[in-house]
Ligand binder design. Sequence first.
Ligand code: GUN
Length: 294
Amino acid sequence: MEILDGKKVSNQIKEEITVEVAQMKKRGEKVPHLAAVLVGNDGASLTYVGSKVRSCKKIGFESTLIHLPEETTEDELLNRVRQLNNDPEIDGYIVQLPLPKHIDEEKVLMAVDPDKDVDGFHPTNFGKMALDMETFISATPFGIMELFKRYNVDTEGKHTVVIGRSHIVGRPISILMSQKGNPGNATVTLAHSRTKNLKELTLQADIIISALGVPKFLKADMVKEGVTVIDVGITRVPDETREKGYYITGDVDYEKVKEKASYITPVPGGVGPMTIAMLLKNTLLARERHTSKN
Ligand code: GUN
């Protein structure tokens, strides 16, 4: 069994980007600038956005955090989005999800300039991704593909069961895994809440990518020997004995499933850190594209 160490790989990627940014600086070029918009005070979102901004500082990017109150109206947020679209200083930005219930997420994501959409959530970018065109690929699926690449995990012809059909993870990773290429060329089943006999499917799977958000959902008796398991779930489970009042766990019953797996991602330290690294990679790409346009 080999652990797919997202922490280690993400550090490698960040080091590679740091070198590129230093070279940009040396050439007198503008360095990449990422902005993040956060509405409200959701604990997990605060942590993620804080981590994204800190990573920018470490690798030499400029970063801007726009933290808006929970009561921000849809119009106010749309105005901020338009300002970011028109701000030549900003190469790429993200609007952290979920948004408060009174704001139409789709409307906001549609308003983001696709050239600055380093999350790859805009329909233009999602569509390009689905058509194998060069674009911003959403950070989480991009991170999973990068882990396969860097660990030389063979995905060709492998039966891949994706659990969860979210727009951010399940749907795009199912498309990427079935695309021509390496990694890719997999035979993909996209399972979701209405799937019948999920266990029959997971027992046949060579690769399982779980993006469900249910702690320890995938048990050892649901997987075959030699399976590759990618755990995208990050759930905070309340626990008063911990300093933070919770602990983080994934979708996979890790300790037991790892005994049967050939490759497995831990939580934390698997897909999570990769997501941040790939967001930075997309921001670097955005900067490079803006430079070549001007
Ligand atoms: N919420 C959970 N994951 C993500 C992500 O990758 N990007 C944004 N913007 N919000 C998220």
